[in-house]
Design a protein around this ligand. Sequence first.
Ligand SMILES: [Zn+2]
Ligand SMILES: [Zn+2]
Length: 343
Amino acid sequence: MLAAKIPKTNTIKVVEEEIPVPKKGEVLIKMKASALCRSDLHRYHGVAIFDEEDEKSANITPGHEPCGIVEELGEGVTKVKKGDRVAIYLGLGCGTCPECLHGDVMLCKDFACIGFAVNGAHADYMVIPEDNCLLMPESMDYITGALATDVGGTLYTACRKVGLNGTKTVVIIGCGPMGSGGILMAKGFGARVIAIDTDEKRLDMAKELGADYRINPLKEDGTAKVKELTRGLGADAAIVTAGGNIPLNSALNCVRAKGQVALIAESNEAVIDPSNQFVRTLVELKGCWYFNRGDWEEIANFIVDRNIELKKISSHTYPIEKAEEAFPLFDSGATQKVVFVWE
Ligand SMILES: [Zn+2]
Ligand SMILES: [Zn+2]
């Protein structure tokens, strides 16, 4: 079978390797779609986000946003059967701590991520514990299935955390793939959506995806514009998908008193104004990272029942043979989601 590897910085190689054999409790998945993610690029650029040793890492297949078909069952597997269409949950945990038992596997002290600690999905096949299989609704296509994991699950959870519904206005800060997913999800919840980005192309896409208003902060004062659109109050909520100091501060400044801010973008430092942005506004800031495994059915049904067109944020598809082309293109920032697909 073919598998993509990252043998050294800024290098992708597609190699031939043996089809893995599922061990006890594991299944073999024949991949159907596997989306590229910004965190794949951290590995590509040689910045491991989960502290893997370089040498070991060179041999690990990336890919943590996949779906496929159960092809073979390891010993003792009972929860899935051959032929099941499944999306894959990215987290491996100890299975017994309170976080694992609650389904928040990414919070386990032994958390390991597919595509980082063990072989991921940018390959013809992968093995995975049966517990990581998320059954896909019949009407969900494979590209949607792949995007429903990281983008769909994370943004659905963020929308829920900030209490979106048809009476709320939300500001989505950053309109890359995560922000685009946020726009689709927030519209699904019925909210009025204000999209903010400095890139006009991304703002055009935001409009296509259903954003009610677009703001380019290079051209106008974003906070003032949000206030103007909300009768001087500020938005009910903000979802931050762009990293760094400015997007986080914009979010905190855009929301009304008692507003809710969901932070998805990763960064390591920011300067905020606690008195004016939290203490005297009662604003709440909530961290968002992936989703609870137990929420999958709700997320998947929401996507198909509300016709959330996640597929629209897949701008390019490639066969795995062309991984060496796909990575640099995705890295250039000129695309939305790039997805490997198998016929
Ligand atoms: Zn991802
Ligand atoms: Zn655990």
